[in-house]
Ligand binder design. Structure first.
Ligand SMILES: Nc1nc2c(c(=O)[nH]1)N[C@H]1C(S)=C(S)[C@@H](COP(=O)(O)O)O[C@H]1N2
Ligand SMILES: [Mo]
Length: 484
């Protein structure tokens, strides 16, 4: 590495960083003219290539904010890379900047994030980098100008993308209601403050996927293709699907949901039974796998037979809680097989159902996750530990539990590793849905450890061995310490 500018001032790194910010801003603004994002495209590639331990650590550490964390990581990483480029000699830098731009453009050409605007943005960003690093701003003022320009461009890009989001929301609103949630289900535990609601509001529903921003889809032009080894290929519009849709209650659970976490939500869904779709399409012999493919090519596949026979009641979901799906939850359609973890249950932003043989390989299988569909295990969560209404010294304990598809048969609580004692259950709305529970305790003063466990109607008792989600799903008890 040859440094030509021997007199490089102290703030050389900062100056280069400010150029990096400006280049990123230019790239991001050009991508945003079509509602795309260079940062999100790079973030998706990082997610696709990140080693499993990196993905697992990011998910474990970032909770609900893994997307924000990834975005910030990409932005900071890009600026740090610029500092590295800035330290090269002019001669060494030109090919490095070109390689940088080509890599970014290649990212924009990949299927998941393919977009001409992103490619143009990447090229422009590389241009700004090349020119900016050659002419290096002088002094603090120059650095501030570049950094300010970068920040301004990033804000402008964000505003443009928000406008695209707004238009997507308007298009979704025009779709109108999906299902009739007019009758709000009740389970008798409505008067428990702090307890999760029986039906999770759409805005509170956890979001988990490999994209940094949801694909935007025009509902008027969207069609679900049913293709591959079928006698009757289909192309179904949202309106056509809606004519065969039914409502069902079910909990959706992410395989990353450790005991006590909130990567689970209970919805009143609206969807077309997959058995019905398959009946129309008529799978040919040898069609053993149903590949659910999202608009970006992401796939989750399922065995055809249990879906066709109805043994596994899967659905093409087009609505939840009376409304179309939200953009981040897969608008306009997703596949959901109640009882399977989210990672195995089917793709959001559904584009195609392809019937094929067992040679298909899914996104997550390549990353070391098992290829057999994984079933949600019974889990109980403690939501409430509060002074009880039954009088001084009493404590109200309440929460939710699930064991889809069989249903929750019982929830038990133990105090300070004592005996398991049953609690009161709310009415079950459906076996695949979550079930609320509560009890009142009379505890002596001091510190106490509470643990809850769920028991499935199939006889399975929640496993208390603490285990990380990868690769067989999490286990353990939700444990809460309270002071009386
Ligand atoms: N297209 C697509 N579908 C997907 C995923 C994804 O990354 N891409 N993630 C799956 C996972 S891991 C889960 S837990 C659920 C989450 O659905 P939600 O975000 O609506 O809660 O979607 C599933 N469907
Ligand atoms: Mo997930």
């Amino acid at each position: 590495m040859v440094r030509t500018n021997g007199d490089r001032e102290h703030g050389g790194g900062l100056a280069a960083a400010s150029i990096g910010a400006a280049a990123l801003g230019v790239g991001e603004l050009i991508a945003a003219t079509r509602g795309d994002s260079l940062i999100d495209a790079i973030g998706r590639v990082m997610t696709d290539i990140a080693p499993v331990p990196v993905v697992e650590t990011t998910v474990a550490l970032s909770g609900k904010h893994d997307k924000v964390a990834t975005r910030i990581g990409v932005g900071v990483g890009a600026i740090a890379a610029t500092v590295g480029l800035g330290a090269l000699s002019d001669r060494a830098r030109t090919p490095a900047v070109a390689a940088f731009g080509a890599t970014a453009a290649a990212l924009g050409l990949r299927r998941p994030t393919r977009s001409p605007a992103t490619v143009a943005g990447a090229a422009a960003a590389a241009g700004v980098l090349g020119i900016g690093l050659r002419r290096r701003p002088r002094g603090l003022f120059g650095t501030l100008v570049w950094a300010g320009a970068g920040a301004g461009l990033l804000v402008a890009a964000r505003a443009l993308n928000r406008d695209y989001d707004r238009r997507q929301h308007e298009a979704i609103d025009r779709v109108g209601p999906m299902g009739g949630i007019s009758v709000v289900p009740q389970d008798g535990l409505e008067d428990e403050p702090g307890l999760s609601s029986l039906i999770t509001a759409n805005r509170s529903f956890y979001v988990a996927d490999v994209n940094l921003s949801p694909p935007r889809i025009d509902p008027a032009r969207w069609r679900l293709s049913v293709t591959g080894r079928v006698a009757h290929p289909l192309r179904l519009s949202l309106t056509e699907l809606a004519t065969d849709a039914v409502e069902f209650d079910a909990v959706m659970v992410c395989v990353h949901n450790r005991p006590g976490e909130r990567r689970a939500g209970n919805g009143r869904w609206y969807g077309v039974p997959l058995a019905k779709v398959l009946e129309h399409a008529v799978p040919e012999t040898g069609a053993t796998r149903l590949v659910t493919r999202a608009v970006d090519g992401y796939t989750i596949s399922l065995p055809v037979e249990p879906l066709r026979s109805g043994e596994w009641p899967g659905y093409v979901v087009i609505g939840v809680n009376g409304a179309p799906l939200a953009p981040e939850h897969g608008f306009p359609a997703r596949i959901f097989v109640p009882g399977l973890y989210g990672q195995y249950t089917g793709a959001k932003w559904l584009a195609e159902l392809e019937l094929t043989d067992d040679s298909h390989i899914d996104y997550w299988w390549k990353r070391g996750w098992p290829s057999e569909p994984m079933w949600v295990t019974p889990q109980a969560r403690i939501d409430v530990t509060a002074p009880g209404r039954a009088g001084a010294g009493t404590t109200s304990i309440a929460g939710v539990a699930w064991a889809p598809p069989h249903g929750v048969d019982g929830v038990e609580l133990r105090i300070d590793a004592g005996d398991w004692r049953p609690v009161d259950l709310g009415t079950e709305t459906a076996p695949a849905a979550w079930r609320r529970w509560r009890t009142t305790l009379d505890l002596p003063a001091g510190e106490h450890t509470l643990q809850a466990r769920a028991i499935s109607r199939s006889g399975e008792v929640q496993d208390g061995t603490a285990r990380s989600p990868f690769p067989s799903g999490p286990s353990g008890f939700h444990t809460v310490t309270i002071k009386i």
